[in-house]
Every structure is written in C-alpha cells, then in structure tokens.
Write a protein that binds this ligand. Structure first.
Ligand SMILES: [Zn+2]
Length: 278
C-alpha cells in the first residue's frame, strides 16, 4: 500500500485539495475509498464513502473550513452512504444523481441539488464542473476542477484495480464512450476514487480503452471458435489469463462485452447461448 494512502491520515495533494482514505480496504476498494476535500474556506467534499462514524468524524476534524457541499460520484455502497449523515451534521448541500433501481445501490442518497452534465459549482477558490460518465454506473459523475485541470474520477477510472462493468446498470458501450469523451478535456491529473493520483491522463485513458477493446476482440475470437455457449461456459475461454477464482466476477464483464457486441449488431443470444451475428 502506498504510504500516503493510509486510512484516517489526511494528505494535502494539491493547493486546496485534501485526500482522506476511508477505512474500508478490500479487493474491490483497494486501500479504501478516497474522500476529497476541496477548498480552504467553503469546502466541497467529494465521496464521503461508507457511513462509518470514525471516517465521518475525521472528515469534520481535518476540514480546513466549513463543509458546504457534499458531492457524490455515484451511489455504490463504498461511495455515497456517508453523504446523508455528513450533510445532516454539517448543514451541507447534497449534490449528485439519486440511485437508479438495483440491489447494489445506496437509496439513502437523495440529492438536494440534482446535477446534470455541465453543471458547475463556483466559489472564490475553485470552479468544479460535473461530467456525466455513465458506464461503471448509469448515474456516475466525474468532477472537473477547472482551476487545477484535475479530474476526480470516482470509479470511472481507478488506480490499481480494474473497473467492474456489471450489467444492467453497468454498460460497456457507455463506459467506452465516456472514456473517449474525457479525452476531449484538458486534464493534468486524474484523482480516482481508489488508489493514488495519476499523471498523464491521456495515456491512462488510451490504455484503458485499448485494454477493453483487446478484451472485446478476445470475445469475438472465442465466439467464432466456440459458438452457442452460455455466458458461464464462455468465460474461461475469454479470461484464460485470469485466475478461475475471479471467473464469477469476470463473467459480469463478459456479459457487458456481449451486450455491447449485441448493440453493435455483432453478436446475438439465442436461448442464452451466444454467437456471432451471421
Ligand atoms: Zn468504489
């Protein structure tokens, strides 16, 4: 674990930007969820993480100013459940997009102010734009800190782990489109929801797009060689490079690829068995 990603130990990572890692490390969350505090006087908190009292107290303890806004990238359980209690105890305004249907969604997050793509939050210290980036989650937002050209990426881009695209709320086609769109912004640093900051945003984004397209071409090859298999039976052929203990998880990503290929008119499913379109 990077020595500056220790839960409970705040780090000043840029002028007016503090990162506090939540104490929820794990396979899917890396060192833990990154909570960011933006500003010195009137503070915007990005992703308070799970509703862990110790973490929420720490956010209030380390903030240099008054917490005025709580911004949420998406409503998965490791990002947003702390938002409502933090807002209630500070009087902050909740901003983001409420949860779509689905069992892994945090329904407690109800924004006071629903954010749309392009909406901004401006103070004397910073200007932040919301960028709608569906893919990992349909209600996913990245936050562009225009003064610094930093992008807070939530789970759209992580450092150290692969982003899970779990249908139906997760959508591979949207994910790739969102990544391509981010390349049109002038970015200097990516600040992810898990793991350390990343320089060279264009290079990182290109790598991610290529990684997914390479996997997609493996899917096409497997469909050609082994037509009419179920999702379960197709998984080991596409993910031969991934340990079998991860195949259950990988099958969700495979389904996301298959749905994309189906949308692109390149694959079809008959009785839950997949093959290439003729
Ligand atoms: Zn996450």
């Amino acid at each position: 674990m990077a020595k500056n990603l220790i839960p409970g130990e705040p780090v000043l990572i840029a002028p007016g930007v503090r990162r506090l890692v939540a104490p929820n490390p794990g396979m899917m969350t890396g060192p833990g969820t990154n909570t960011y505090l933006i500003g010195e006087q009137n503070i915007a908190v990005i992703d308070p993480g799970p509703a862990i009292d110790k973490h929420l107290e720490k956010i209030k303890e380390v903030t240099p100013g008054k917490i005025c806004w709580v911004l949420v990238t998406h409503t998965h359980p490791d990002h947003s459940p702390g938002a409502m209690p933090l807002a209630q105890s500070t009087g902050a305004e909740l901003m983001g997009i409420s949860a779509p249907s689905g069992k892994v969604q945090d329904k407690t997050f109800i924004p006071h102010h629903k954010l749309n793509d392009g909406d901004s939050l401006e103070t004397e210290e910073f200007l932040i734009h919301a960028v709608h980036t569906p893919g990992h989650a349909s209600n996913h937002l990245c936050f562009l800190h225009e003064t610094l050209n930093w992008l807070f990426t939530g789970d759209h881009i992580m450092n150290g782990s692969t982003v899970v695209i779990d249908p139906p709320d997760g959508n591979m086609k949207h994910y790739l489109e969102s990544l391509k769109r981010l390349k049109t912004f002038n970015l200097s640093v990516l600040a992810p929801g898990h793991g350390d900051t990343m320089d060279n945003p264009k290079k990182v984004i290109d790598w991610l797009i290529n990684h997914r397209l390479n996997r997609e071409s493996k899917v096409v090859k497997a469909l050609k060689k082994y037509p009419n298999l179920t999702l379960h039976d197709l998984t080991p052929f596409v993910y031969a490079d991934v340990g079998s203990h991860l195949h259950q998880l990988a099958s969700r990503s495979l389904l996301a690829h298959l749905i994309k290929l189906e949308t692109d008119g390149k694959a079809v499913a008959k009785n839950e068995r997949w093959c290439l379109s003729s």
